[in-house]
Design a protein around this ligand. Structure first.
Ligand code: G3P
Ligand code: CA
Length: 300
């Protein structure tokens, strides 16, 4: 590890290794653990509210089928955008279930059907973060994802603009305001860059199907400050990080989970050593911000 390059720790959906994802208690825990950024995935409700919720549909994370029988779409799923905020607030949020409903996605995490957690809005989360920044004296940043903007546009909802204008209303305008906006959709990132200017700190997410070459990264550098590649990506030894550095891009890979290691790694420490100490990434999305921070501290 050269110099003082210390990667930022991004609490992926909050401290989601310990409390159900995208709940306010999970975000408060992540802040208390010392995470540098708290992540928000943002989707919309039927009455135009911005929700901090990962999925477009409610089925794997709430009791929607029980509370609203008959409100599923033909595919059998209940979509956030088909419910008002008032209706959504009556749902109980739990640990994520597997898609087939056969049990919790992560069995050793918070008990599957315990607790009374609720869906909340982006504004409520920003209030929490800014309130904790003030009361603790430690500033945690915001890392908001525009979720499926093209799908939302087909539902006649301009998610990206509403998200950015909400962030701006809370004082998040340039990288100095300690925030990032992230998205998988390059067209949406180019569009918001053109509309809101180059001060907006943007991150291009890359899933395992994304092709990465010097040309692709040079193009990304034309509208974004960084990339967020999946750790499932084929990671040549230092190739991707070096290429991104040459293009002037930050590298914030996702997702580091102590209870779900990628092939080739036997322990979480091995995984963190590879990405923090060998590849020297600039940040990490993790469900376990405490463990990543402990790794960084024991190394320093
Ligand atoms: O936004 C970074 C990472 O969270 C992307 O994947 O599916 O967890 O939103 P996902
Ligand atoms: Ca995300």
């Amino acid at each position: 590890m050269t110099g003082s390059r210390r990667p930022v720790v991004i609490a992926h959906r909050g401290a989601s290794g310990y409390l159900p994802e995208h709940t306010l208690p999970g975000k408060a825990l992540a802040h208390g653990m010392g995470a540098d950024f708290l992540e928000q995935d943002v989707v919309a409700s039927s009455d135009g509210q911005l929700l901090v919720f990962h999925d477009l549909h409610l089925d794997q994370l709430t009791d929607v089928a029980r509370r609203f029988p008959g409100r599923a779409r033909p595919d059998g799923r209940h979509y956030c955008i088909d419910f008002s905020l008032q209706e959504l607030r009556t749902l109980t949020v739990t640990e994520r279930r597997r898609r087939d409903g056969s049990g919790p996605r992560f069995p050793a995490r918070f008990p599957a059907n315990k607790g009374s957690f609720r869906i909340h809005t982006l504004e409520e989360e920003l209030d929490l973060i800014q309130g904790l920044n003030r009361s603790t004296g430690r500033r945690a940043g915001v890392y908001a994802e525009i979720k499926d903007p093209q799908w939302h546009a087909r539902q006649q909802f301009g998610l990206g603009d509403r998200l950015i204008e909400t962030l701006q209303a809370f004082g998040y305008r340039t990288a100095a305001d300690c925030f990032f906006v992230q998205c998988f959709c390059a067209d949406e990132l180019r569009r918001v860059r053109a509309r809101y200017g180059s001060d907006l700190p943007l991150v291009q997410l890359l899933d395992e199907t994304a092709t990465v070459s010097p040309e692709v990264l040079a193009a990304v550098a034309g509208y974004a400050q960084g990339i967020g590649p999946t750790i499932g990506h084929t990671w040549p030894d230092r190739g991707l990080v070096s290429l991104a550095r040459e293009a002037g891009l930050l590298v914030h890979p996702y997702t580091f989970r102590a209870d779900d290691l990628p092939d080739g790694f036997n322990t979480f420490a091995e995984l963190l050593t590879q990405f923090i100490d060998v590849l020297e990434v600039d940040g990490l999305f993790t469900d376990f911000p405490d463990l990543v921070l402990a790794h960084i501290r024991q190394r320093d």
